[in-house]
Design a protein around this ligand. Structure first.
Ligand code: GLC
Length: 510
């Protein structure tokens, strides 16, 4: 049971309106009460924050915005005292343009060893005015930017699959892995329990950098014929990473792997590569029994190819909040609660994104506060991911709801969240938070939550019923109430009357 902390938005310890690590330490009692096993921390390393930490300028130090190294050391110690593990985000595919390596590459000019750490190429066409190939950035616009050479002349182009401030590293250069190994050991030696590996299907680039054939570039969609990602030689990199990780028994790696084909996705989980990987099928499924059933089957089948544990997530800082995806308002929330029971019934590792346990929706933010680079790079056609990154409401009746002592939070918090604060929900046995607490407690304590196999039981077309170990989970995505199997009811996301489960609801039975 992983809990994803988006540090900017979880809790602000120093009153600057941005969440930080002291804020996380101050809220550890809350996480302990939820009964999580581990925290996955989105990047906290030194960064100009062009992509909120996924642009790393120093991978072996903590940004002062989050409280610096001392704050992380304190968090690790305090979390460990509570039996909670800490998983950090590492970003091997690219650095920040402010990283000393990139600055050196700019200064050193074409043909230099410093440029060999990144992917610099001459442009095409007269004067090299055209980018080296047609690749596009995941955030929109071309994936190449042209530099001005030290002598002032228009110069080479560098590759950035994400923002302009996120130049891609050249993983064919052994210096790149050597430095990444240093980073892994640096954090593991400081007690970190593992890593979420950003864009784990990136890093390796195809020889000759051939053009993309499809330029459909929706954010983080997995297209298996995309030359920018999932190149076969990426697996050699994962094997090297695993050799380092294996020096630290118990440490875990979790890859962000946007690969659609199950066989190719499972390659990342071979015994000498990653331990866990996201496959995102459940997060991509609509609230439809057939789609959800297929996503579950598919995820189980993919992990089973290599005998790895499956992973489950309904939301994260990129894909948005499920309450909104499922229709927003009361219906969206009811469906999100139902899906929480589905997810938590399944075998393997589950990930809860901070605020999910409060039933938070995405926030419709005004244009002028948007910060996600996607907004600018897409020419204001894609609003980006800020709506799912709004700070968490903890207490009180008005923003900033105990998140910060400053009213000027990095994204504005909607007044309606007064009804969704942790404080309010803890005192209400019918709240989403109370429901999550109960679900997590049962998942931890009850012997029925065991076994790797999922067995489908007969159900009408707009419902799913499956058995895992001694537990039966029923989901009703339709309108008519669903007659539940004749068993003892353990927990339901909505009131069960006369053995009937209403629509947009799920139940656990034993
Ligand atoms: C991953 C992260 C995302 C980030 C991107 C670039 O997809 O989850 O937030 O923008 O990588 O590092």
């Amino acid at each position: 049971m992983f809990y994803q902390v988006y540090p900017r938005s979880f809790a602000d310890g120093n009153g600057d309106g941005v969440g930080d690590l002291d804020g996380v330490v101050a809220r550890l009692d809350y996480l302990e009460m939820l009964g999580i096993d581990a925290i996955w921390l989105n990047p906290v390393t030194v960064s100009p924050m062009a992509d909120h930490g996924y642009d790393v300028a120093d991978p072996r130090d903590v940004d002062p915005l989050f409280g610096g190294m001392a704050a992380l050391e304190q968090l690790i110690a305090a979390a460990h005292r509570r039996g909670i593990k800490i998983v950090m985000d590492v970003v091997p595919n690219h650095t920040s343009s402010a990283h000393p390596w990139f600055q050196a590459a700019l200064a050193a000019g074409p043909g230099s060893a410093a440029r060999e750490r990144y992917i610099f190429r001459d442009g095409r066409g007269p004067g090299g005015h055209q980018p080296p190939n047609n690749w596009v950035s995941v955030f929109g616009g071309p994936a190449w930017s042209r530099v001005v050479e030290p002598d002032g002349a228009p110069g080479q182009w560098y590759l950035h699959l994400f923002d302009i401030e996120q130049p891609d590293l050249n993983w064919d250069n052994p210096e790149v892995f050597a430095d990444f190994e240093k980073t892994l050991r640096f954090w593991l030696d400081r007690g970190v329990d593992g890593f979420r590996i950003d864009v784990a299907h990136g890093m390796a680039k195809p020889p000759g950098l051939p053009d993309m054939t499809s330029l459909d570039n929706r954010l983080l969609r997995d297209k298996d014929d995309d030359p920018r990602f999932n190149q076969p030689h990426v697996h050699a990199i994962h094997r090297e990473i695993r050799r380092v990780i294996d020096d630290y028994p118990g440490a875990v790696t979790i890859g962000e792997v946007w690969v659609h084909d199950n066989a190719r996705w499972a390659e990342y989980l071979r015994p000498d590569e990653l331990h866990l990987a996201f496959n995102f099928r459940l997060a991509q499924a609509g609230f439809d029994a057939a789609e959800i059933g297929e996503a579950i089957e598919n995820t189980l089948a993919a992990a089973a190819i290599v005998g790895a544990p499956p992973t489950w997530a309904l939301a994260n800082h990129d894909v948005g909040r499920e309450v909104t995806r499922y229709g927003d308002g009361e219906v969206g929330l009811a469906r999100a609660r139902a899906m929480a029971l589905v997810m938590l019934a399944l075998p393997g590792a589950a990930f809860v994104y901070n605020g999910q346990e409060l039933g938070l929706p995405d926030v419709q933010l005004p244009d002028e506060v948007l910060q996600d680079p996607t907004w600018e790079r897409s020419g204001h056609t894609e609003r980006g991911r800020d709506g799912c990154r709004v700070p968490l409401p903890w207490s009180g009746a008005a923003a900033p709801f105990g998140f910060s002592s400053s009213a000027d939070t990095w994204l504005p918090m909607p007044p309606q969240w007064a009804a969704l604060t942790v404080e309010r929900q803890l005192s209400d046995p019918g709240s989403t938070l109370s429901f999550f607490r109960r679900a997590l407690q049962l998942r931890r304590a009850r012997a029925e939550f065991a076994g790797e196999r999922v067995e489908w039981l007969a159900a009408p077309g707009d419902a799913l019923i499956f058995r895992r170990g001694g537990l039966v989970c029923a989901l009703n995505t339709g309108e008519p109430a669903l007659r539940l199997p004749d068993r003892q009811l353990l927990l339901a996301s909505a009131p069960v009357v006369d053995g009937r489960l209403p629509g947009n609801a799920a139940a656990w039975l034993v």
